[in-house]
Design a protein around this ligand. Structure first.
Ligand code: SER
Length: 345
C-alpha cells in the first residue's frame, strides 16, 4: 500500500457520504488502536478502554517499545512510529481496527523549543491516521486543546465557534488538526471527532512540557517536598480537568449518535477554571504546612496569557451530554489520596 496521499476512489467516497447521511456508518467501537499509549492520556485511556471493550480489543502502541509491563502485559501491543503511515496501516490491518486514537503530540512549551518537531509529530501523525482511516474506513479521535486559541480569542466564556489565531506551534498544529479532521469528514466521510482539552490533571504518567503542567506538579511537590515553585503568576486562569472526566469525555463523544453532532472538530470541554493561588489554597486545606513561591517562566506565562480563562462548553453539553464529575475540591481529595499512598506519606 502506498501511503500517504493515495489517489481518491470516487465510488468509495460517494458511498460513504450516502452511509453518513443515512446514519448507517456509525457503530460502537469494537476494535481500538491507541497511538501514543505510553503518554499522559494513553497510559490511562488504554486500561480504561480495556475494561470497557475487552482487553483483546484494545491495541496499545507507541514509538518507545516494548511498552511498560502494565500496558504490554494486559493486552495486544505493537510498535508504531506515528510519523510513518505504513506502521499505522499495518496495525489497522493486522488487528482489524475500527477506531484510531491519535494521541501523539509534543506539548506547548516543549514544542516552542523545537517547532519543527512539534509540527512533524502533531501533523505528521494526524495526516497519517486520517489517510489510513480513509483507506480502511475507521473512525479517528484526535485531541485538540485550549492551545487552539490565541490572544485575540475572547478569554471569558470562550465560545465554541470563535476566532482562532494561536501564537504557538502547538496551537498551529491543533487548529490545523481541527481543520484537517473536518475536511476528511466532509470530503471523504471519515468519522472524525475531537475535543479541545483543557489542562489535564493526572497521577499515572506526568505530562511533559505543557503550560498547564504546573497543576499536576503542584500535587507531587506538596506530597513529596511540602513546597512548590510556581512558573505562572498569581491570577493566571486556565481551564482544567481531572483525568477520569477526560477519559469519560473521549468515550462519550466517540459513542455519541452522529446525527446529533452539529460540530465535530473540535468541542470545547471544561470542568473547572482556576489560577495558581486557588489550587494552592485548596491543597493547603489538607496540608497546612505546604508553601508556594513564584518564579515566573516567561515562555509559559506568555502562552498561558494567550489562552482562555474559561471556555463555554455548552455545545458539548447539548450535542452529546457532556458533564464533568470532578471539581477542584473532589479532584484534590483524590489526587492527594493516590499520591500519599504511592509515596508512603
Ligand atoms: N496541556 C497542554 C499544554 O499545556 C494544553 O493542551 O501544552
Amino acid at each position: 500500500m502506498r501511503l500517504p496521499y493515495r489517489s481518491i476512489d470516487k465510488k468509495n467516497v460517494l458511498l460513504r457520504r450516502e452511509n453518513q447521511k443515512n446514519n448507517i456508518n456509525h457503530k460502537a467501537m469494537k476494535r481500538i488502536l491507541i497511538v501514543g499509549a505510553s503518554g499522559q492520556i494513553g497510559s490511562e485511556l488504554t486500561p480504561a478502554f480495556r475494561k470497557i471493550y475487552g482487553s483483546d480489543n484494545v491495541v496499545a502502541s507507541d514509538l518507545i517499545y516494548p511498552l511498560r509491563p502494565e500496558l504490554a502485559d494486559a493486552g495486544p501491543s505493537v510498535k508504531i512510529d506515528a510519523t510513518k503511515a505504513q506502521d499505522i496501516a499495518d496495525a489497522v490491518k493486522k488487528f482489524n481496527i475500527d477506531t484510531i486514537f491519535n494521541l501523539a503530540a509534543i506539548l506547548s512549551a516543549k514544542a516552542e523549543l523545537n517547532p519543527m518537531l512539534g509540527w512533524n509529530v502533531g501533523i505528521g501523525a494526524l495526516l497519517n491516521c486520517l489517510e489510513v482511516a480513509r483507506e480502511y474506513n475507521t473512525a479517528v479521535f484526535t485531541p485538540s486543546s485550549i492551545g487552539a486559541f490565541g490572544p485575540e480569542t475572547p478569554h471569558d466564556g470562550t465560545p465554541q465557534d470563535t476566532i482562532q489565531r494561536p501564537k504557538t506551534i502547538y496551537g498551529v498544529t491543533k487548529v490545523t488538526g481541527e481543520l484537517l479532521s473536518d475536511y476528511y469528514h466532509k470530503r471523504f466521510g471519515v468519522d472524525t471527532r475531537s475535543v479541545r482539552f483543557p489542562g489535564i490533571i493526572s497521577n499515572v504518567t506526568l505530562p511533559g512540557g505543557g503550560t498547564t503542567d504546573y497543576a499536576v506538579e503542584i500535587y507531587y511537590a506538596a506530597i513529596k517536598e511540602g513546597k512548590f515553585t510556581c512558573p505562572l503568576k498569581e491570577g493566571t486562569l486556565m481551564d482544567m480537568m481531572y483525568m477520569p472526566d477526560a477519559i469519560h469525555a473521549i468515550c462519550q463523544l466517540m459513542e455519541a449518535d452522529p446525527s446529533k453532532l452539529i460540530h465535530r472538530n473540535s468541542f470545547n470541554i471544561t470542568a473547572m477554571s482556576f489560577g495558581p493561588e486557588t489550587i494552592y489554597a485548596e491543597i493547603k486545606k489538607h496540608i497546612p504546612d505546604f508553601t508556594m513561591t513564584y518564579d515566573v517562566d516567561p515562555l509559559k506565562q506568555g502562552i498561558a496569557d494567550s489562552w482562555p480563562n474559561y471556555m463555554d462548553d455548552s455545545a458539548a453539553r447539548s450535542e452529546w451530554n457532556w458533564k464533568p464529575e470532578y471539581d477542584l475540591q473532589s479532584m484534590t481529595v483524590d489526587m492527594l489520596k493516590v499520591l500519599k499512598e504511592r509515596f508512603n506519606k
